[in-house]
Design a protein around this ligand. Structure first.
Ligand code: BJW
Length: 253
C-alpha cells in the first residue's frame, strides 16, 4: 500500500467493484447547514437537537418542534450542494460507466445529494421537505414555506409532522433493506462526515467490514469509526472528496 493515505484511498476507489458510501451532516456543513451535534444559531441556539428530534418532544410541544423543523426546512431549501456532493455524483458516474455498482446511503434529511445529481441515494432518516399526517400517514411534499401555523393541522384532523426519522422510530423498511444489501455486497465502504454514533446507520460500516470490505473514513475530526477503518482521511469532505476523485480517475476521460 502507498505511504500517502490519499493515494492509497484513491487506489482502493479505482479498483473497487462495488462501492457503498454513507454520509452524515459533515458533508452538508460546507453548504452552511449546521451539523446535528454542532450548536444551532440564533433563536434556536438554546435548544438541544437530540432532545427535539424525538416523538416525545413533538407530543409535548408540537408547535415548538414544528417551528424548529420549518426553520430548518427553510435553511435546507436555501442551501446549495457543495464540491463534496458533486464529487459523489462524479464517483457514481465513473463507476456506472465502468459497469460497477455504487450506493449512497445518507443520514442527511436535506435532499442535497439528490439535488446535486446523485441517483442511487438511500435516505435513511427521511426528508425534511416532506410533512406527514399523524393520523393517515399521508405525505405532503409541497407545502408553503413557512407553514401558515404551528402545529399545522391536517385535513384528516391530525397534525402534520416532519417526514424524518426521530430517535426511537424505525427507519423506512425499504431503505434498511437497500442499505443492508449494499453494505453486505460492497468491496469498498466509505464513511463520510458522520460522527458514526447513531444506529442502525453506524452499523453498516461494521456489516461491510464483517463481509470483507475495505473501508475509508473522511471526517474533520476523529470519530468512533476512525480506529476501525483501513484508511482515515482527516479534513473537510468538500476538499478531500474532489481530491480523491481527481487522483482515482485522472486522465480516464
Ligand atoms: C465534517 C465536516 C466537514 C463537520 N467535512 N466532516 C444501538 C446502540 C445504541 C443505541 C441504539 C442502537 N440502536 C438504536 C439505538 C437508539 C438510537 C441511537 O442510535 N442512539 C444513539 C445516539 C446512541 N437510534 C434510533 O433510535 C434509531 N431508530 C431505531 O433504532 O429504531 C429501532 C426500532 C425498530 C422497530 C420499531 C421501532 C424502533 C433512529 C435514529 C434516527 C436518527 N435521527 C436523526 C434526526 C433526523 C431528523 C433531524 O435532522 O432532525 O438523524 S438524529 C441525528 O443523528 C440525525 C442524523 O442523521 C444522525 C447522525 O448524525 P451525523 O450525520 O453523524 O451528524 P453529527 O452532527 O453527529 O456529526 C457530524 C460529523 O461531521 C462530525 O463527526 C464532524 O466531525 C463531521 N464534520 N464538518 C467532514 N466539513
Amino acid at each position: 500500500m502507498p505511504h500517502d493515505p490519499l493515494q492509497a484511498a484513491a487506489d482502493l476507489l479505482r479498483d473497487a467493484r462495488s462501492v457503498c458510501v454513507i454520509t452524515g451532516a459533515g458533508v452538508s456543513a460546507e453548504s452552511k447547514i449546521p451539523t446535528f451535534r454542532d450548536a444551532m444559531e440564533g433563536l434556536w441556539a438554546k435548544f438541544d437537537p437530540q432532545t427535539l428530534a424525538t416523538p416525545e418532544a413533538f407530543a409535548a410541544d408540537p408547535a415548538m418542534v414544528s417551528e424548529w423543523y420549518d426553520f430548518r426546512r427553510g435553511k435546507c431549501a436555501q442551501a446549495e450542494p457543495n464540491p463534496g456532493h458533486l464529487a459523489l455524483v462524479e464517483i457514481e458516474r465513473r463507476l456506472a460507466d465502468a459497469g460497477r455498482s455504487f450506493t449512497l446511503l445518507t443520514q442527511n434529511v436535506d435532499g442535497l445529494h439528490r439535488r446535486a445529481g446523485s441517483t442511487r441515494v438511500v435516505e435513511l432518516h427521511g426528508r425534511i421537505d416532506i410533512w406527514r399526517c399523524t393520523k393517515t400517514g399521508l405525505e405532503y411534499p409541497d407545502l408553503p414555506l413557512p407553514l401558515p401555523e404551528y402545529p399545522m393541522p391536517s385535513e384528516a384532523g391530525g397534525l402534520l409532522r416532519p417526514g424524518v426519522v426521530w430517535f426511537g422510530e424505525a427507519l423506512p423498511e425499504d431503505a434498511l433493506e437497500q442499505a443492508h444489501a449494499a453494505a453486505e455486497s460492497c468491496d469498498l465502504f466509505m464513511s463520510v462526515g458522520t460522527s458514526a454514533v447513531v444506529y442502525p446507520a453506524a452499523g453498516f460500516l461494521h456489516l461491510a467490514r464483517a463481509h470483507g470490505s475495505k473501508s475509508i473514513e473522511i471526517n474533520r475530526d476523529p470519530t468512533d469509526a476512525t480506529g476501525l477503518v483501513d484508511i482515515a482521511l482527516q479534513g473537510r469532505s468538500g476538499e478531500i472528496l474532489p481530491a480523491l476523485v481527481e487522483l482515482a480517475f485522472a486522465s480516464r476521460g
